[in-house]
Write a protein that binds this ligand. Sequence first.
Ligand SMILES: C[S@@+](CC[C@H](N)C(=O)[O-])C[C@H]1O[C@@H](n2cnc3c(N)ncnc32)[C@H](O)[C@@H]1O
Length: 263
Amino acid sequence: MSVYDKLTTFSWYLYSPKFYGEFWRCFRKQFDPTIPSYSMFERISAIKWCEERAVDSKSAFYKITNQRDYIDFLEEYKDVIEAGMNKEGFTREVGGAADLEFIYNISNYLKATKVIETGVAFGWSSLAILLSLKDRANSSLISVDIPYKGREDIVGMVVPSDLRAKWRLILKPDREGVPLALQSMDQLDMCHYDSDKTYAGRVSTYDLLWNSLRKDGVFISDDIGDNLAFRDYCQSINKTPIVFKLEENRLTRTKYVGVLVKE
Ligand SMILES: C[S@@+](CC[C@H](N)C(=O)[O-])C[C@H]1O[C@@H](n2cnc3c(N)ncnc32)[C@H](O)[C@@H]1O
């Protein structure tokens, strides 16, 4: 980032008091030795970029589908979610859930049958996708994840056994797991990226997934406020994304999600 970019980003923060909390969190993370090559300025620039264009998730859904029917996933499936949250070992502090409502509704809208996701953790996004696929013939989900701290047993643990028949879980890092997934599935209806949050990791896997999407298929990336990878990727393929802000809920903190529709 140029000095000019850093200065404009910094002054944007100065005049945006509602982001002081976020700025403070960025500042502290800068000195956190457990986070490799953390760039405070890149993160705050990414948040600024997201904030300038973010709508809410319902509006993002409307922009893509022209439809107002938007099922409140957390309410509709509250019993399944409650059961998942009560599983031994579940904690809200690790591997925060994705934009479940949005991915469930988009998957329904697309009548998706071929879906790949990266990043499973406890399995909330897998659950949302599988609930959408459950009654759709010849549909399946492939998910890729490296087990958190080697704990294979917790990966996807909130997905009940009756939803697993349509699910293939590849326990490998993206760089091996995604090409493997794409060998058995292409012309994807939808893909959801929520794994390696580094710049380089995102850009290389974004490209594989984007190129495997069918016409009118939908690409979704979680946590795009972490760095500028999503912004730069969209520029590199000359696409204007839809960005929405996911407000904190029972399963996750506030974050930004990026969406691209293949033409
Ligand atoms: C935020 S969590 C995923 C949350 C999940 N999508 C949900 O909605 O519950 C991120 C996951 O990505 C996985 N992950 C991180 N880096 C990865 C990589 N390089 N390859 C594959 N998985 C990775 C982590 O193990 C973790 O389980």
